[in-house]
Design a protein around this ligand. Structure first.
Ligand code: GLN
Ligand code: ZN
Length: 764
């Protein structure tokens, strides 16, 4: 019998109950016991769902009130000193509020302190709290939460498998806080705590512990590979069976390493890297089980059960009961339950599977392979086959006119008319900007009134005319304030946009939206990514009337504002029936028309935001060039259809450019604005070293802070910038959009920014 299980399950709840409970607790509206109760209820429900679906094991350890990596850090006693948790650590029980303070800087009890850094978990949109590592750091078991949860599940009568992030990936995700610290030097003191944990779990009667080691799908330095061997030769002696879980890609050059570690089982991702299955089957030691991640844990499409049965038939014959079936990775990364989407059109719905449905798919696949399929399994198989057939043939997916247009793209379509030097002169004449021109990144405060109007409009309580009139008022207001402030290149302020991807997705053919498709992004924050269902095209202009209206209010060059093709792709669930590259090109062509329409409407500068370009980088270095090539092409295809005098801007808000600077330059945007204020302009070194040829606006105003930056500070930053970049190519702007700020903060900050630019002009 093939065991079926999941690597992890979403904890947020089908109604985002966890979000509500946690936020109520932070607000003081729910007490500690109430929060704990909400957690217990969610865990109980999620385990029940796993068991009812027919999984052989339920997974314990995937729950967290904020983040499972944070909970592990706490369990290992890795609580930074500034949180003042010595007594809790000594007592072996770090409190919930300490964990919340690590996550957000404050909690209902305890002194506020600087929160830990947060960053994206591998190539997902899930953010974890970065473990802080110090030389000589000691570890100790400092939480019994996991053990309590195991007992809870057992009391409910479940067969339990525990999951934990493995020690190497925990270190890999951690950040050395002491200069020169080799993170691996901490392994020796870390392992005994893992050992103790495993013994405690064994004492509780746990048979299987899954150690997640997704770092194994990345390029590991030799010492890290060796450390895996050393660590697992110790951990392998624990009195439990270990399932080493890899996901988010293929093991590649770590395959032999992973297969050789002395653990009882290995989980592989057979969705992202189906090709590794054959190699693993050939080399799997006879004492090991193999958990095949066959159901896509990163996407929302219904599985092709017939195809999977065929693909895994060999594995079943060769491994017999040693074959386990699972989703590729934790289901944390997909929405909870499709059954809630009662308003989604039934055809589209029949093509999808969320976490709850993926449990069924997992179980059915295991039973099909075992030859013990029930009537319900056979029905599910047939329904999947029919739905997939319909999807393959559906005219809403395949639009010949989109394919034709794509086929007709020529290399010249990716080239501006003239090189940057020529364009820059034409733009100087057309735009007539001063030295150190000032601009902003696009959005102005999304006020309570704006959001209320949008809510009323969506609920049908406000007419379209009234809604649009109010948005026009907001735009007029934003333009007037920018004129008064003296900004050289105003923007319309984006009041009409709920979200930079959703806004465009809603207007493009090929995108679909769910009502409850929430996925945890960090802590209590969830996002609802759109689904790219079919060929993407643009039925009509999307932003033109807003930009045209805004331009009509001022003589200064109004900057149009679009979200770029890579970001439109990256922040959505994408099609699994064609390469990402193809979808990116389709979006690029749709946006290209928008760019040209803006130009035709008299917009002289157009910004194409690509904040997600960097996070799209594959986990393996060897795959970077391929990705960067099509991502750059997508941007160029979007941008290149305009005249020389139309100025193309792009914007990115992250802080690492060194390793992709060549591709950034290849975008050939006339102006790039980036986030730099916190980095003291050292970020510009990458641009300087590369001799980046076009214009740059290094952010001088940290929009994540409510503080108003002062003039001298911004002048000093720009002076540093001028040491690195020729001054005729510098712009003065904030780090990012201002939508999360209040006008009371924004106005004085921008006034100072404009004053800083004036002082710079006098000086240079
Ligand atoms: N134009 C967008 C804004 O100003 C850019 C947002 C982003 O970079 N994430 O809000
Ligand atoms: Zn930004």
């Amino acid at each position: 019998m093939s065991i079926s299980h999941v690597i992890g399950y979403p904890r947020i709840g089908a109604d985002r109950e966890l979000k509500r409970a946690v936020e109520a607790y932070w607000q003081g509206e729910l007490d500690r016991e109430g929060l704990e109760r909400a957690g217990r209820e969610l865990r109980a429900r999620h385990w029940a769902e796993q068991r009812e679906a027919g999984l052989d094991l339920v997974t314990v350890g995937d729950f967290a009130f904020y983040d499972q990596v944070l909970d592990l850090s706490v369990t290992l006693g890795a609580v930074p000193a500034r949180f003042g948790a010595e007594a809790e650590l000594a007592a072996g029980e770090v409190s919930l509020d300490t964990a919340f303070r690590m996550a957000r800087g404050r909690a209902p009890s305890g002194e506020p302190a600087a929160a830990c850094e947060m960053t994206k978990y591998f190539d997902t949109n899930y953010h974890y709290l970065v473990p802080e590592l110090h030389a000589g750091q000691s570890f100790r078991l400092a939480s019994s939460r996991l053990f309590e949860q195991v007992a809870e599940a057992q009391a409910l009568g479940h067969a339990v498998k525990v999951t934990l992030l493995g020690p190497l990936t925990w270190l890999w995700l951690g950040k050395a806080r002491d200069e020169g610290l080799d993170r691996l030097s901490l392994l020796e003191s870390l392992l005994p705590v893992y050992g103790e944990l495993l013994v405690r779990l064994a004492d509780l009667g746990v048979e299987w512990v899954q150690l997640e080691e997704p770092a194994l799908v990345q390029d590991l330095p030799r010492e890290w590979q060796q450390a895996y061997e050393a660590a697992y030769s110790v951990l392998g002696r624990a009195p439990v069976k270990l399932l080493l879980a890899s996901y988010f890609g293929g093991l590649g050059d770590n395959l032999g390493l992973a297969l050789g570690l002395p653990v009882a089982g290995l989980h592989i991702d057979a969705v992202r890297a189906p090709e590794q299955l054959a190699a693993v089957l050939d080399r799997l030691p006879a004492y090991k089980v193999l958990s095949v991640g066959a159901i896509d844990g990163r996407n929302v499409w219904r599985a092709d059960l017939a195809l999977l049965r065929e693909r895994l038939a060999q594995a079943r014959i060769r491994l017999g009961r040693r074959l386990w079936i699972a989703p590729s990775c934790s289901l944390l990364h997909v929405p909870v339950d499709l059954a809630r989407e009662t308003e989604l059109d039934p055809e589209l719905r029949s093509w999808l599977a969320f976490a709850r449905q993926k449990l069924d798919e997992t179980v059915t696949l295991a039973r099909l392979l075992d030859g013990r399929a029930t009537e319900a399994d056979r029905e599910r198989l047939e329904a999947a086959t029919l739905a997939l057939q319909a999807r393959r043939d559906s005219p809403r997916i395949h639009r010949p006119e989109v394919a034709d247009r794509l086929a007709g793209v020529e290399p010249a379509d990716l080239e501006r008319q003239s090189p940057y030097g020529v364009r820059a002169q034409a733009q100087r004449r057309a735009l007539d900007l001063p030295l150190f021109p000032t601009t902003t990144i696009g959005s102005f405060p999304q006020t309570a009134e704006i959001r209320a109007a949008r809510r009323a409009f969506k609920a049908g309580e406000l007419s379209r005319e009234a809604y649009e009139a109010q948005m026009c008022e907001e735009i007029a207001h934003a333009v007037a304030r920018q004129e008064a402030l003296g900004l050289d290149m105003p923007v319309h302020g984006e009041p009409e946009r709920n979200d930079m991807v959703e806004y465009f997705g809603e207007q493009l053919d090929g995108y679909a939206f769910t009502r409850f498709g929430w996925v945890q992004s960090y802590g209590s924050r969830c996002v609802k990514p759109p689904v790219i269902v079919g060929d993407v095209s643009r039925p009509g202009p999307m932003t033109v009337r807003w930009s045209r209206y805004a331009q009509s209010l001022t003589d200064r060059p109004m900057k149009g504002m679009l979200t770029g093709p890579v970001t439109m792709l990256q922040w959505a669930f994408v099609r699994d029936d064609q390469p990402r590259e193809t979808t990116c090109r389709q979006i690029a062509l749709a946006l290209r028309d928008e760019v040209r329409d803006l130009e035709a409407a008299g917009i002289r500068a157009i910004q194409i935001d690509e904040p997600a370009l960097r996070e799209g980088l594959p986990l393996r270095r060897s795959e970077w060039p391929g990705y960067l090539a099509w991502a750059v092409d997508g941007f160029r295809l979007t941008a290149a259809g305009v005249r020389d005098e139309t100025q193309i801007h792009t914007h990115m808000c992250y802080s690492e450019f060194n390793d992709i600077i060549e591709s950034i330059a290849a975008l050939d945007a006339d102006v790039i604005t980036i986030e730099t204020s916190r980095s003291n302009m050292v970020l510009l070194d990458a641009f300087q070293d590369f001799a980046y040829p076009n214009e740059i606006g290094p952010g001088v105003y940290d929009i994540h802070s409510p503080n108003v930056p002062d003039v001298a500070w911004m002048v000093a930053l720009m002076e540093k910038a001028a040491e690195r970049i020729p001054l005729e190519r510098l712009w003065v702007n904030p780090d990012c959009g201002l939508k999360t700020r209040r006008w009371e903060e924004v106005e004085p900050a921008l006034a100072n920014m404009v004053e800083a630019a004036r002082q710079l002009r006098r000086r240079f």
